[in-house]
Design a protein around this ligand. Structure first.
Ligand SMILES: Nc1ncnc2c1ncn2[C@@H]1O[C@H](COP(=O)(O)OP(=O)(O)O)[C@@H](O)[C@H]1O
Ligand SMILES: [Mg+2]
Length: 257
């Protein structure tokens, strides 16, 4: 579905992606993990051509997005829904109007169809009761769900998430993870998720790929990923378990105190 062939990207003198090749199969939830600065966001940005490779090719099915132009590029981009960091909701529009925006801009749907489509998506994310609220009145987790509704309102084939749970508390993060899983089941979309949260990765991923310093160090199903013999992967796994245990211990201390 999405294919990277020897993609290299440099910024200034720094090679940020170093001839990376991989494939995201149709219908899968493909998770990209790695430390901060590893090249995860740069990778996912190439999928919608927010970045162009210095060399190599990015294909979306049979479409070569890495060299597409004009109307062709717009058509390929139309195959995607995206939930990226910083893609904020418009504060002066209600939840309903925020989700309706792509339909009003890119389709000729009647007002009735817009209403039906938006409410259907809000319902999927348990946000139908908040349709008339403004973003500022919602919690972080609710705002993410509205962003998710907006990302899927055009029924994209592929959805891209860059750190969908960053800034959310652990309980809310798990709820968002569950929504991502539900959407895959209900809509059969191909999903690519960038995260540094291994807990999320293992819970939602059907494939997990780790990038380190612009190179792929592992690409496997979750069961194999956690048994990786790669040193960098092992360190990454260990670091997250230790952090997690640290958090639990702190939490228990607070409880006792
Ligand atoms: N537009 C840009 N200009 C210059 N350097 C960039 C740009 N985007 C990313 N980088 C650099 O590329 C590296 C990888 O960034 P990124 O993919 O955002 O990391 P992450 O894995 O945390 O998402 C970092 O060193 C970052 O500073
Ligand atoms: Mg990033």
């Amino acid at each position: 579905m999405i294919t990277f062939e020897k993609v290299t990207k440099r910024f200034g003198g720094k090679t940020v992606l170093n001839e990376i090749s991989f494939e995201v199969p149709r219908g899968e939830t493909f998770v990209i993990v790695g430390l901060s600065g590893a090249g995860k966001s740069v990778t996912i940005k190439h999928m919608v051509r927010l970045l162009t490779p210095d060399s190599g090719i990015v294909r979306i099915g049979n479409d070569v997005i890495s060299s597409a132009r004009g109307a062709e590029l717009e058509r390929i981009r139309g195959r995607f829904g995206v939930l990226f960091q910083g893609a904020a909701l418009l504060q002066w529009l209600t939840v309903f109007e925020n989700v309706a925006l792509p339909l009003r801009e890119h389709t000729k749907m009647s007002e009735e169809e817009v209403e039906k489509t938006v409410m259907e998506k809000l319902r999927m994310l348990n946000m139908e009761d908040s349709a008339e609220m403004f973003p500022a009145d919602l919690s972080g987790g609710m705002q993410k769900r509205v962003g998710l509704a907006r990302a899927i309102v055009m029924d994209p084939e592929i959805i891209l998430y860059d750190e969908p749970t960053s800034g959310l508390d652990p309980v809310t993060s798990r709820l968002i993870d569950q929504r991502i899983k539900d959407l895959r089941r209900e809509l059969g979309m191909t999903s690519v998720v960038v995260t540094h949260d291994l807990h999320s990765a293992l819970s939602i991923g059907t494939h997990i790929m780790m990038i380190d310093d612009g190179r792929i160090v592992e690409n496997a199903v979750p069961k194999e990923f956690i048994q990786s013999k790669n040193k960098t992967v092992q360190q990454f796994l260990e670091s997250q378990y230790i952090t997690r245990r640290g958090e639990w211990e702190k939490g228990m201390d607070n409880h006792v105190g």
